[in-house]
Each structure stands twice: as structure tokens, then as C-alpha cells.
Design a protein around this ligand. Sequence first.
Ligand code: G1P
Length: 298
Amino acid sequence: MSEITKAVIPVAGLGTRFLPATKATPKEMLPVVDKPAIQYVVEEAVGAGMHDILMVTGRNKHALENHFDRNCELELILETKGDTERLAAVTASTALADIHYTRQRDPRGLGHAVLCAASHVGDEPFAVLLGDDLIDARDPLLAQMQQVRRRHGGSVVALMRVDPKRSHLYGCAAVERDHGSDIVRVTDLVEKPAPGTAPSDLAVIGRYLLDPAVFEVLRRTPPGRGGEIQLTDALRTLAAEGHPVHGVVFSGRRYDTGDRAEYLRAVVQIAAGRSDLGPGFVDWLRSFVDRVPAPSSV
Ligand code: G1P
């Protein structure tokens, strides 16, 4: 079975949950410690052997392209100063991967964004990584998903157990528990089910390994939840038509960096784990937590 070398990252979203910070800056460029969120996602794809990245962009996303391009003026200044450490940090994102861009001209949903990648991907399996979902590099998820695809073929989605009160925020899966505890066969999927109607507590998080058959299904998928063409609906059709769809139940660290509270948690947890910043930061954090007043009195 061929290995997956192409990853698609849809980045056309407006980032409304983070306004006004995202008025002029793409949400994917918000820093998590000292790197923009999107760089972690690209590094994750590259770490799993996917060196060909297609970003599906929209208006006002030029900062993303600039971040992964060279900045010769800045490089020259750092070189002249002999600041090799910062120079390496600046050039790291440029050398990371072979990055391509295509525009999603109409905001017609995630399924439509993935369909915009069809001609670039061609007839081979590929990955989709959602830019808002940050998977901690210490908990490799894509490698586990690839193992499942090698074993079972078809498509593989990442799942996470969520509080049923939050199921309406996600695509939710109905599963057969036939492959052990953290690998399941997906029998049905519902995009953002109404409260109390989710088929299980397993929610889709933003990592997918997809068979190219999904493109043909997306072309015939009508608008669904929110009037948008949903990737979840196309996967549901694939499963219903007998195409194997499996899920990996992830229990590692995942942050939704499009959500303000989770974004803050991501910054704190990643900073705490860094060898350069962590020790001093954690000491400060401990004393801060002891001193901080209860929320009601802030
Ligand atoms: C998208 C998908 C949804 C999935 C979620 C994970 O929704 O449509 O199925 O559960 O990502 O983050 P969004 O959060 O873009 O509305």
C-alpha cells in the first residue's frame, strides 16, 4: 500500500471566534509561544512523512504564504549580526516542506475546501489536517492513523471522547467496537448533531487520512449543516457504500486553537514543556496560581 505523502490544510476560515485579533491577521498566524499555530500543523504533517502540503486559502491569507517563504532582508540582517540562532528559526519554516497554495473562492464549507484540492492530490490517498486543531508533538497521532490505514485500507479519522454536552460542536461517529479499545470501525457520522442526538461520545477531531474516492462523493454531496458542503457527510456516504472508514480514538493532548480558552491552555502547556522556557515559566506559574484571586473577584 502506498504511503501518504500529500497533506491538505484548509485555512480559508475567517477566525470569527478570535476577533478582533483576526481582523487583519489570519487566525492560523496567532503565536503559540514563539511559532504561529500553523507551523505546528505543518511540522506534524512533515513528521509523519508528508512533505507535499497544499494549503487551501482564502482572502487576507498572504501572511501565511510569507511565513513559509524566504525573507531575504531579515536573513541578511541576522547574518550580518552573526545571530545564527534566530537565523535558523527564521529559515526553518522555509525549508520545512514543499508548500503549495490554492484559493477556495466561495466559503462553501470544509467538504468544498477539500474538493478544491482534487487536482493537486490526484488519484492517491492523502491527509487532511485542520489548522485549528493542534496535536501536541509528544503524542503522535498521524503515525497511529497510518498504521490503521496500512492494516485496514480505506479512510481513517481521528476521534476523541467528548462530554456529551459538547457533541453539537463536532462531527460525531457511530462505531462498531471490533478492533480493540482505541481502533474502531465507523458505521455512521453526523455533523454537529442537535443536543441529545449524538450517536456516541466520539467526536471527529481535525485529522483525516482519506481515500481519493472521497472526491467523487464530495462532488455529489449536497449542502448539509449550516448550508455548507460537509466532509463529515461525504465520509458518511463512503461508510454507507461499504468503503472502510476506521477511527483512532485519541487520548493525547489536543488543543482547539480557534477557541480562546483552549488557545491559552495550548500556550501554557507547550511553554511548560519547553526546555528553554519551561523550568522558569513553571516556577512562575506555580506562584501565580497561588496568588491569583478567584474569578468572581477579578
Ligand atoms: C470541523 C468538522 C467537524 C469536526 C471539527 C473538529 O468543524 O466539520 O466535523 O468535528 O472540525 O475540529 P469546525 O470546527 O470547522 O466547525
